[in-house]
Each structure stands twice: as structure tokens, then as C-alpha cells.
Write a protein that binds this ligand. Sequence first.
Ligand SMILES: [Ca+2]
Length: 225
Amino acid sequence: MKHSSIILLAIASLSTVALANQSPTGQLTVDKSMVRKGGIPTLTWNIFHPIKQIEEVVDIDDNDEITAKKRLRVQVSVIGIGITDGRNEYKSTSWLHFSSSGWKHVFEGYGSQVNTSQINIDRILEPGEKIKFAARYYWNSWQPYYYSNGDNVKALINGDQPPSKAGGYDQSSLNDYLRPYVKDGKLNLGELDIIYAAELTHTDQRASGFDMQDTIILLRFSEVE
Ligand SMILES: [Ca+2]
């Protein structure tokens, strides 16, 4: 009984992994001959992930707009909103435009309201579908929108330089909310992840407040049949 429950647990965790990734195939081996009464079986397994790079499933053009190359699922969440003057937080609102269906709202609120595990948009994209981003922040009134085709928004992938202040990357310019996504000075994202990073408070790229971290959202792609 003990052995079979351990095996079931292993299979359960294997299928959790399968759901969380891009349909890996798994192989589970249980070495029964090694198990004595009251002993613990040796479990080994290998998981084979199909290797996919983001470039294989989408195109990111010079305007930081994304076009699906295949049928894909996209799940959108907010990584962080970092708009403060040291005392007060300011809110932002963010949107994604899908060529098949127009503007869809992602999130409106303050950085302290962000729940990174919340999926705000979950859609199927057909090949050729194009995505754009827009966001703005509130300071006395809603300020102008910035769009993905301008210099205040960048689409970034795993291994890119993190969003940073004018004058280049510097670890101290990272917002706390962004630190879990940075490793050894590079963005540490999933292979099929894209982030949109937006500067909403400044247009002068030399200003210290120009940090490209006012609103950052995550688009997580996966292949679907
Ligand atoms: Ca800013």
C-alpha cells in the first residue's frame, strides 16, 4: 500500500509538470526489485520538453508588436506597477489590442494591488493575429497613452537586458517587483514569455524617472492544437 501511494504521488506530480509546460512527454521508472518490506522504492523519471524558442511561435517586429505564427494560447498577467513619488502610489491602466477583436483591458490599479498569479486575459490566437499594447497613468487626471510602437514601450524576452533607467542597466534601478525576473543582469523568463515594459511618467529618456518600469505585463504563450 505504501509503495503504490508513493507511485501515485509521483505520477500526480508528473502530470502537474505536464500541465504547466508545453506538453512534455514523461517516462517514469520504478525499481521494484530494490524495495524491501518497509523500504522506499527508487523512482526515477525523465521529462522531455519540446524545445521551442519564442521566435518559432511569434514574430516581434520593430514596433514591438507581436504576430502569432501558429495557433497559440496567450495568458496575460501583471508583473508590476511602479509609479510612486516616494510617498504616494499612482495607478495605471493597461490594454492589449488583438487584431481579431480590438482592445481588451488588462488591469487598472496601483502597484500594491497587483497579484502576479492572476490571469487577466486568456485567449486563443489564430496564426497571423497581431497584438499591440497601450498604457497610461493617473496623476490628477488620466495622462496620455503610450503605445507599443513608441519609445516608451518595449517588448522583451528571456535573456534581454532588464528594463532600466536612462544610461543603461544598473541593478539598483530595478524595482523590487522585477527582481525575481532578473538573474545575472539578464531577464530570466520562460522560453515562450514576452513582457511589455512601459514608461508612463516621462518622455525624456535621460530623466532619472525614465525607468521603463511604470507598468510591466507578462504574456505567456503556449502551443495549442
Ligand atoms: Ca517612470
